[in-house]
Unconditional design. Sequence first.
Length: 608
Amino acid sequence: MVRCFSRRLKLGFLPLACWLTVLALVPQVACSEEDTAELANRQQQIFRDYERFEKTLYDIAEQTRRKDPERAELLYRARGQSQEQRILTEMQAISALLNKDPKYGDALERQKDLILRMQAVLKLLQSLDERERIAGEIARINDLLKDTNRLLAGQKDVNADTQRGGDPGQLGERQQKVADQAQQLAEKIDRQDAERKAERDSRDGSSPADSQQPGDDSKPSSGEGSEGDPMSGKPMSGDQDSKPGDSKPGEGEKQKPGENGNSPMPMGEPSEGKPSEGKPGEGKPSEGKPSEGQPSEGKPSEGKPSEGKPSSGKPSEGQPSEGQPSDGQQSEGNAQDEEQTRGREELEQARKEMQQALEELKGKDLKEADADQEQAIAKLEQMKAELEELLRQLREEEKEMYLTQLEARFQNMLRRQQQINSETVRLDGIPEEERPSTFGAKVEVVKRQQDENALDAAKALSLLKEDGTSVAFPEAVEQMQSNMENVSRRLSHLDTGDTTQLIELLIVESLEEMIFALQQELEKMQEQQQQQQQQQQQQDPGLVNQLAELKMIRSLQNQINRLTRQIGLKVDGEQAADPEQIDLLQDLSRRQERIQEATYDLSVGRNQ
């Protein structure tokens, strides 16, 4: 059943991508069509379809939350983000701009902004599958790199003995073994490529859009627009019976308890990664065939790994141009991985050189065999470079997904924490003698929300520890989680006073600082991609830079100082006597020690 829901959800992405395309084309249509009413109708149809789409997200999340909580949480968050961005309201406003006296300039500007919002929702929806795909691809390329290194080492050994003037017969046997290993590696890559292509074709085959080839102007036999096609002006499946007036602007579906995007949602392990960005060099079939069209007798210096690669945004020969896909299309572009793994062409050329070396060894011509073996080594080095570059790009994608994933989780936690804080202040403002009998129940509701946020903090901490490249951020999240648990304990005693409110404020400040640091890192990565300034590094890039780590450590120290001063105001005399104050002071002492350890680890580069 979960697989059915998953399939249903994936099909739901198709209308969203179509809507993005329609919105992008509206200005051009407006300039060429006199019938502006038809244009406004199309915009209104997109509004109605998207309204149903939001409702479907909630329905599927509710159905899958037990069997697949991670995916369900992702759907909750996507729906909440859509509502927070007021996408439906903006669609209705654009439709109004296109009615009667159309204001195309204003509509165009608002559509550009709306497309960005919808792209962000689409990225979030695609991120879970994309995260799994990239993780699997990284593991696959790592495995191929190990095989390539073994093959390269074997060929170098044979070549070294050839240069020493070894026995041609024995050298021939050893060269044959290396050639056989190269053949096995080639077959392994071909099998993997065939499996990936079959999986991709199977996935694409489920798309209704695949029934028509690009450029095919034929229409369905019924003569009506295809179901769910925004360009046709027809409603999506299940919406045919609805009339234009059925959905009132901004009204949407009736909200169920907990359905509102602003209310706390069950949180699971999200994969808020950015789906692949369609970076140049990624997801392009058989990218970079360095020695394509060159004779195998070329010098080792020929065919550098970067030769023959299409420039940014240009397709490789024989492949359809992808250009710079919009964010809403990027996951599809990356899902269509290279039909041939990068480096496969170089491996084939290396095999030819190995076979040529075998022939020379049979003729006992060690000099020519040596030249052929060196050519084979050069091609294997090129293959290794191709795989390493692909691995670097995949890890950049993975890092970007982690950053987006964490930012989305922290944004949700921040919204929830702000609600908790405002409710705590409101409840504390009620004089004790005027507090109703329901006061305890209301505080209990706030406590449960705080517990949910603490659980989400634990999941964020797990993600950071899984990455392993940051020191201060895991410590900050751990201390924030401890603050949340302290708030929960104090609320269980109906303590909504100054100390509780201060701890809640520190939680908000921590979240805001972490979100700011993650956003800065994401902006930095995007600027590097746009300016094509990505530098190849020998080690995996850290999740955040060292300056952000130091700022986070400073913030943690400031929090300890503020809490210490707050407790000092509550203590009479030299020693604290209240058990809760003693527990809090002991907790602060432990935190201080952990900050010292984190600072030391950062100074010696233990996270590198």
